[in-house]
Design a protein. Structure first.
Length: 171
C-alpha cells in the first residue's frame, strides 16, 4: 500500500498485533476524540478496527469501478460519517469479542487491501470519489486517510491503553 506507515515503534499492523495479546479486559478509556469528545474502551477500538478495514476496502473498490477521474462530473459517492448505523452497530455488537479474533479479521482485511493496492493500475490511483464530509478524494487519498492514517490513529489509542494498564498495574 505505497509502503507501510512505520513509526519509531514499528509498522501499524505490527503495533496493533502486539497489543492484541495484552488487551483482554484492560481497564480504562481512550483519550477523547478531538472532534466529538468520545472515549472508547479497548473492545470498542478492536471492534472498530475489525469492521472498518473491510468497509473502506469495499468503498475503494466501488470508487475504482466507477472509473471517474479528477474533475469529472458526478464523482462516485462513497463513505459514511461517524453517526452511520452501519458503523455503530458492529462496534457495539463485537466490543466484547476476543481481541485476537478481531485482529485476525483486521489482518485479513489489511492483506486484501495490500493485494488491491498492489494490483491497481496507475489509472486506478486517480479514480475519484465524493465523501460526505471530506469532499472529492482520489483512491490514493482514500487509502491514506481511511485506512493507513485511520489504523495509525487506533494503534495510538491501543498504545495509550496499554500504557494506562501498565501504569495501573505498577501501583
Amino acid at each position: 500500500m505505497h509502503g507501510d506507515r512505520t513509526s519509531s515503534r514499528g509498522s501499524t499492523p505490527s503495533r496493533v498485533g502486539c497489543s492484541a495479546s495484552s488487551l483482554r479486559g484492560l481497564p480504562g478509556l481512550t483519550q477523547p476524540d478531538e472532534a466529538t469528545g468520545e472515549r472508547w474502551e479497548a473492545g470498542q477500538v478492536w471492534a472498530h478496527i475489525a469492521e472498518f478495514v473491510p468497509y473502506w476496502l469495499g468503498e475503494m473498490e466501488r470508487v475504482v469501478a466507477g472509473g471517474k477521474e479528477p474533475g469529472a462530473p458526478d464523482p462516485v459517492p462513497y463513505g459514511r460519517t461517524k453517526t452511520d448505523p452501519g458503523r455503530i452497530a458492529p462496534i457495539e455488537r463485537d466490543r466484547r469479542e476476543d481481541p485476537r479474533a478481531l485482529l485476525r479479521r483486521a489482518a485479513d482485511g489489511i492483506a486484501r487491501a495490500r493485494a488491491f493496492a498492489g494490483a491497481l493500475p496507475e489509472g486506478g490511483w486517480r479514480a475519484v470519489g465524493l465523501h460526505p464530509t471530506r469532499g472529492e478524494q482520489t483512491i490514493a487519498a482514500i487509502l491514506q486517510d481511511s485506512l493507513v492514517s485511520h489504523l495509525e490513529e487506533h494503534a495510538d489509542q491501543l498504545d495509550g491503553l496499554v500504557g494506562h494498564g501498565e501504569a495501573a498495574g505498577a501501583e
